[in-house]
Design a protein around this ligand. Structure first.
Ligand code: SF4
Length: 144
């Protein structure tokens, strides 16, 4: 019997990514141990942060495994949130949004986008506001 027989070696990986907490875009390395995200480190070679992170960036991995993380949509019925499928949530949102626009007009709706989503997603959100809802009421969390 060799020394390593019967012992499972730990698989460790550093996965490069970008912090999604704000629009600065610091480079990070996610520590993945045995397939589970365990930590975040600053990327020294990244031109934006050059090995530094703010306190939010250091804790970037924590929400992934948080027990508080929402993993399915919730629909509020009679004052209580109930789990729903994505199809149900999208259909309910579309119906309720259409009803508001019908009753109060397109400018009764505002769309708030976020620095935590990609430029492409922000583009789609403003396009949805202007082309689907018919309003120019679009704003961004950086201005709030
Ligand atoms: S580490 Fe801090 S400054 Fe850098 S992108 Fe994340 S939240 Fe923004």
């Amino acid at each position: 019997m060799t020394e390593t027989q019967g012992v499972n070696a730990m698989e460790c990986k550093l996965v490069p990514s970008i912090c999604s907490y704000c629009g600065t875009g610091c480079g990070v390395l996610f520590e993945v141990i045995d397939g589970k995200l365990q930590g975040t480190m600053p990327m020294k070679s990244h031109p934006v942060n050059e090995g530094k992170l703010c306190i939010k960036g250091w804790h970037l991995h924590e929400h992934i495994n948080s027990f508080m993380r929402l993993k399915s949509p919730l629909i509020k019925n009679n004052g209580r949130f109930e789990k729903a499928t994505w199809d149900e949530a999208i259909q309910t949102t579309a119906q309720r949004l259409s009803s508001v626009v019908e009753r109060h007009g397109p400018d009764s709706v505002g769309v708030l986008v976020s620095a935590k989503i990609t430029n492409e997603e922000n583009y789609l959100a403003q396009k949805f506001a202007r082309a689907c809802i018919g309003t120019n009421n679009v704003d961004h969390c950086a201005r709030l």
